[in-house]
Design a protein around this ligand. Structure first.
Ligand code: 5RP
Length: 235
């Protein structure tokens, strides 16, 4: 095995999702390192002729760049009346298929695209599985820049500990594809009522969207290494 185990799991689960795409489909293209493999394999199936007549709807600048690199024709929500399938990663998945997303700061566009798909397929490696949301990953909240201080205060009043996400190899905060900021929120003992919190956070003036994806996922594909061998199972 040449790549490290996590990379192998991501490749395998990305390929498994790409294999489920049917010719003639409109496909939501998610964001992140796992979905990147799905985009790559969709492109390879198109190039080989195994798959035809695909249109992709990207969820981020990253997904747009990858789709172009791998030759996937793109469309927009203005030009389509349905979406057959969306493939996207996640930062946490609980046993009820509820998710935390937004590790790549793309969760606003991801939620729009993923929730429109007839089937939303999640691709994760086994490290993303949790018993309770908010226990291994902070909850991302996209905030309009002028509202960041009152929004952080409002989140503290709800019992969360907000931190402004800072750039890596870039001075200052992370700026989303929409030109906004991201606040990552810690809840000391995890998130007790995710469905309620999703709505409460989005009701704070200045919050654009948060990374709780409740009752959106249809299929969760999990990449694992068992006895040294990569495998994919469906939750
Ligand atoms: C981006 C996301 C990603 O899908 C999520 O962070 C998982 O990424 P990766 O597959 O690289 O672990 O929500 O906003």
């Amino acid at each position: 095995m040449s790549a490290d185990p996590v990379t192998v799991m991501k490749q395998q689960v990305g390929k498994a999702a790409a294999d489920r795409v049917k010719s003639g489909s409109i496909v939501g293209l998610g964001t992140g390192s796992t979905t990147a493999y799905a985009i790559q394999y969709i492109g390879e199936r198109l190039a080989s002729g195994d798959l035809t007549d695909i249109k992709g709807v990207p969820t981020s600048f990253q997904a747009t760049v990858l789709a172009k690199e791998y030759g996937i024709p793109l469309t927009t929500l203005d030009e389509i009346d349905h979406m057959d399938v969306a493939i996207d990663g996640a930062d946490e998945v609980d046993p009820d298929k509820q998710l935390i997303k937004g590790g790549g700061a793309a969760h606003t566009r991801e939620k729009i695209v993923d929730s429109l798909a007839d089937e939303f397929i999640i691709v994760v490696d086994s490290s993303k599985l949790v018993k309770k949301l908010g226990t291994t990953f902070l909850l991302p909240v996209e905030v309009i820049p002028m509202a960041v201080t009152p929004v952080m205060r409002a989140i503290e009043a709800l019992g969360g500990q907000p931190t402004l996400r800072m750039g890596v190899k870039k001075a200052g905060p992370v700026v989303t594809d929409e030109g906004n900021l991201v606040v990552d929120v810690k809840f000391e003992s995890g998130i007790d009522h995710p469905a309620e919190l999703e709505k409460v956070l989005n009701n704070i003036p200045g919050v654009l969207e948060n990374g709780l994806f409740i009752n959106v996922a249809d299929t969760v594909l999990i990449g694992e290494i068992i006895d040294g061998q990569p495998s994919v199972r469906e939750m």
